[in-house]
Design a protein around this ligand. Sequence first.
Ligand code: GTP
Ligand code: MG
Length: 244
Amino acid sequence: MDYQSIELEDIKHWKKELLRFIMAYDFAIKELTTKINILEDEFQHIHDYNPIEHVKSRVKSPESILFKIKKKGLPMDLPTIRENIRDIAGIRINCSFVSDIYQVADMLVQQKDITLIEQKDYIQHPKYNGYKSLHLIIKIPIFMSDRVEDVYTEIQIRTIAMDFWASLEHKIYYKYNKAIPQALKDDLRDAALSAWELDQRMERINAEVNQIKEEEHIRHKQAEEELVFPPEFLKLLTEEKQDD
Ligand code: GTP
Ligand code: MG
């Protein structure tokens, strides 16, 4: 075998490995998306309610991966990238209410094949700029034709109000080329507070509605239990039964 053919074989092997490397993250997202869809359907069926508003996902671009590995000062090889860049697969879940966030997180983390690696609660401990979200780094096994790979995925769970703030803050941050004037920073922090107040208000309204629904349910059950049939009607029923 001459050198040229060895090189070609090497390139082919590398390309295959690289594609597999990226594919694993795509599979992790597919697997988690199915899990989330199942939770949504089941929750809707059992509780007549869906705590999830929408779900977005993405695989980090090769440019961003390389930029991050460089920023961390790490060598650029696949095992290093796999172990150190844990947000190559990313899923963002938008929930209706703050309380839903923790419920959805628990429902996912409790699943046997999901391992929670790290949790950052920016709701209990918001970032100084006002950013709020629950971040989970999890590991999930992906079954391929000749191997099983544990893949890291970052799951961000937040309310619509938190997402609204984060999306716009992100845009503003890049528009200003990373040097936001202090007055704007203060304004953004204040806006985060307004978003939080809205979340809390919606949570209170939701709790009130739930209580009204619960009371109605109890009244309905009591009314059913207290339902008394006239003796003539009951007699008719038993007579009919005897006729059968
Ligand atoms: P990264 O190097 O950005 O991944 O930071 P990290 O590894 O310390 O993770 P962290 O959990 O703090 O943030 C990860 C992701 O959360 C980011 O890539 C963003 O998507 C989101 N995020 C974190 N902080 C902010 C913020 O201040 N504003 C917005 N808009 N998004 C944020
Ligand atoms: Mg990260």
